[in-house]
Design a protein around this ligand. Structure first.
Ligand SMILES: [Zn+2]
Ligand SMILES: [Zn+2]
Length: 152
């Protein structure tokens, strides 16, 4: 199991958004910008070209990646909240239609927005074409402290 939450560093008392599975490592923007080399790719057992292609998609967010941590738990949580909003993916549900979850909307939809990775912050937010936006997800899931995620 992976346990994701903001954790304080022992070294300088700064806060990172992290995942723990045996060891603890910073994730999201707190992980810092990685320049993939053949050696690093070998260490995570993935093809270098795949990792570099993924990284190319991240270029627009490059400036948000950092390794200097945050002043507080809440700041680290906000960092991950922002990361989750920046990386929303559109999902089409082929088999069924559901009501849009935007407050006051009665449209039926087959689309949803989802945060990246397993067990992300916003699992499948069903929204109609009009409400299928980052702003709608922010409104439905406003930032709240005490973020914690568990996923396999
Ligand atoms: Zn951060
Ligand atoms: Zn709607």
């Amino acid at each position: 199991m992976n346990y994701a939450e903001a954790r304080q560093r022992k070294s300088d008392k700064r806060w990172d958004w992290t995942t723990k599975n045996g060891r603890v490592w910073p994730t999201g923007y707190c992980a810092g910008w990685i320049v993939w080399t053949p050696e690093l790719a070998a260490r995570v057992s993935l093809p270098l070209a795949v990792l570099q292609a993924e990284q190319t998609k991240e270029q627009p967010y490059r400036a948000k990646y950092h390794t200097d941590g945050h002043e507080s738990r809440e700041d680290a949580e906000r960092c991950f909240y922002e990361y989750s909003l920046d990386h929303l993916k559109t999902v089409t549900m082929a088999r069924h239609r559901v009501p849009c979850v935007f407050p006051g909307c009665a449209e039926w939809t087959q689309t949803a927005l989802e945060s990246p990775g397993m067990g992300g912050l916003f699992p499948l937010v069903e929204l109609c074409a009009e409400h299928c936006t980052r702003a709608a997800v922010e409104r439905i899931h406003p930032f709240g402290g005490g973020l914690r995620l568990i996923h396999s």
